[in-house]
Design a protein around this ligand. Structure first.
Ligand code: PMP
Length: 409
C-alpha cells in the first residue's frame, strides 16, 4: 500500500495558482480532483482503444467493449456485489436514483403506501420520491433529526407495514454523519420495504460492501471519487432489477425489435440504452485502482485524523456554528458551518480570494436547511489529498472573515 502522504503530488490541479495563491481545494464533497494516473488511463483509452462498445466486430469496438466491461467487473469487486448483472452504469447518483424511482417506484407503489426518507436528503433522493408519491398516490414521510444530527428517538418506528421504500443517505453531504444503516435496513426489511442507499458521500471515503449493508439498491457517482464527471453506478439486487421495466429506451437495451414491439436485453444492458460513457467507465476503473493503492480503510482513517485536527480548532473560534454533530468521530470528511452575521457566499468569496475553495449555499438539501432554520451554510470537505497545512491556511483566512466584513470582534 502507498502512504497517503504521497497522494497530494499525484494531482496536477493542486499545484495551480489563483490570485497569486496556491489553490487549496476543500470542496471534494461537490466533486473530487483527478490524479494524473486516471487522466493517463483515459488518454490511453481514447488514443488507442476508442470504439463503440457492444457495436461492431472490428478491433476497436472489441477493445472498447472489453475496457467498458472490465470497468464493470472492477466496480463489482469494489462494492462486493454478488454478480456483474447487478451493476448498471449511469451518468451519476441522480440518474441512478431516477432509474429506481421511475422503474421501481412508479411500478410498485399505490395509494396508501409510504415512502420514508430522512429530512437530511440531497434533492436527488427527495424530489424523485416527491414525484413518485404524486404519480402513485403514495405518501412521502420524513424521519426527523435532533439538534446534533441524529435521528430522533422513535422516528424509525415510522417505518411500518404500509412502508414500501426507505431511502436515505449513507453519509449526509451536509452533516457529514452516517445514518444507522443496519438498524434502518433491518427495520425496513422486517416490514417488506426495499432500502435505497445513497452512497454518493460514502463510496469515495470508506470500504463499501453491498452484501454486508444488505441494501436493495445502492447508488454513487464516479466524479466524487477521482473519476471523471458523467459516470455513475446503480447497484440493485438481481431479483429486483430482473422484475423492473427499462428506464430509457433505444439502442443496446433491446433483444429483438419488430415494427410494433420489442423485447429487452438481459441485465445489466436492459438499463443501459444508447452509447455508454466508456471513457468515464475507464476513468472509474482507474480511480478505483488508484484509491485501492492506498486502501479504503486507510483513506477513511486519514480523513478521521483530518477532522479530529480541524474541528476542535473551528469550534474554538467565536461566532462559528457547526451544523449537526460536533463530535469529530461522527463527521466523515464534511463540516458545514455558519458564521454569525456573515452570509456563506461572502465567507466563500473571502476564502476564494486566497485560493481556498469551499462550497456555500444550501448544498441541494433545502428541507434540511428549513428544518434547522439555516437556509445556507459554508461547507469544507476533504479527501485523501487534503493536508493539515491546507486546513491551517483555511483557518487563518476564516479568522479574518468577520473583520473583513467590518465587525469589531
Ligand atoms: N446524494 C448526495 C448525498 C450527494 O452529496 C450528491 C452530490 N452532491 C448527490 C446525491 C448527487 O450526486 P450527482 O450530482 O453526482 O448526481
Amino acid at each position: 500500500m502507498r502512504p497517503i502522504a504521497e497522494a497530494y503530488k499525484d494531482f496536477p490541479i493542486l499545484h495551480k495558482e489563483h490570485n497569486g495563491h496556491r489553490v487549496i481545494y476543500l470542496d471534494s464533497g461537490a466533486t473530487a480532483q483527478i490524479p494524473q494516473v486516471v487522466v493517463d488511463r483515459v488518454v490511453e483509452h481514447m488514443t488507442q482503444h476508442n470504439g463503440n462498445p457492444h457495436r461492431g466486430s472490428h478491433v476497436l469496438a472489441i477493445e472498447a467493449s472489453e475496457a467498458y466491461e472490465n470497468a464493470r467487473d472492477r466496480v463489482v469487486e469494489f462494492i462486493n456485489a454478488r454478480e456483474r448483472e447487478e451493476v448498471v452504469f449511469t451518468r451519476n447518483t441522480t440518474e441512478s436514483m431516477n432509474l429506481i424511482a421511475h422503474s421501481y417506484g412508479l411500478n410498485n407503489l399505490k395509494a396508501g403506501d409510504k415512502i420514508i426518507i430522512t429530512v437530511a436528503e440531497h434533492h436527488a433522493n427527495l424530489v424523485t420520491w416527491q414525484y413518485v408519491a404524486e404519480k402513485t398516490g403514495a405518501t412521502l414521510e420524513y424521519m426527523y433529526l435532533d439538534e446534533s444530527g441524529h435521528l430522533k428517538d422513535g422516528e424509525i418506528n415510522k417505518i411500518d407495514e404500509t412502508t414500501k421504500i426507505v431511502a436515505f443517505a449513507h453519509i449526509s453531504n451536509v452533516l457529514g454523519m452516517e445514518f444507522p444503516v443496519k438498524e434502518l435496513t433491518e427495520k425496513a426489511h422486517s416490514v417488506g420495504a426495499v432500502v435505497v442507499l445513497d452512497g454518493a458521500q460514502s463510496t469515495p471515503h470508506k470500504k463499501i460492501d453491498v452484501q454486508e449493508l444488505d441494501c436493495d439498491f445502492f447508488v454513487f457517482s464516479g466524479h466524487k471519487m477521482c473519476a471523471s464527471q458523467g459516470i455513475g453506478v446503480l447497484y440493485g439486487k438481481r431479483e429486483l432489477l430482473e422484475a423492473m421495466p427499462p428506464f430509457l429506451l433505444g439502442g443496446d437495451m433491446i433483444e429483438y425489435v419488430k415494427e410494433q414491439s420489442a423485447t429487452f436485453n438481459e441485465l445489466p444492458y436492459k438499463f443501459e440504452a444508447g452509447t455508454p460513457n466508456a471513457d468515464g467507465a475507464v476513468s472509474l476503473h482507474a480511480a478505483i485502482d488508484y484509491l485501492e493503492s492506498f486502501g479504503m480503510d486507510a483513506i477513511e482513517a486519514y480523513e478521521e485524523e483530518l477532522v479530529a485536527y480541524i474541528l476542535p480548532k473551528l469550534l474554538e473560534l467565536p461566532h462559528i456554528n457547526v451544523i449537526g454533530s460536533t463530535n469529530p468521530k461522527e463527521k466523515h470528511g464534511v463540516i458545514a458551518f455558519t458564521i454569525d452575521d456573515v452570509h456563506p457566499h461572502d465567507v466563500a468569496t473571502i476564502l476564494d480570494a486566497k485560493g481556498i475553495c469551499v462550497r456555500s449555499g444550501h448544498h441541494c438539501a433545502q428541507p434540511l436547511g428549513a428544518f434547522y432554520n439555516v437556509s445556507a451554510s459554508t461547507r469544507l470537505s476533504m479527501y485523501l489529498y487534503t493536508r493539515k497545512e491546507d486546513l491551517d491556511a483555511f483557518l487563518e483566512v476564516l479568522k479574518t472573515v468577520r473583520s473583513v466584513m467590518g465587525f469589531k470582534d
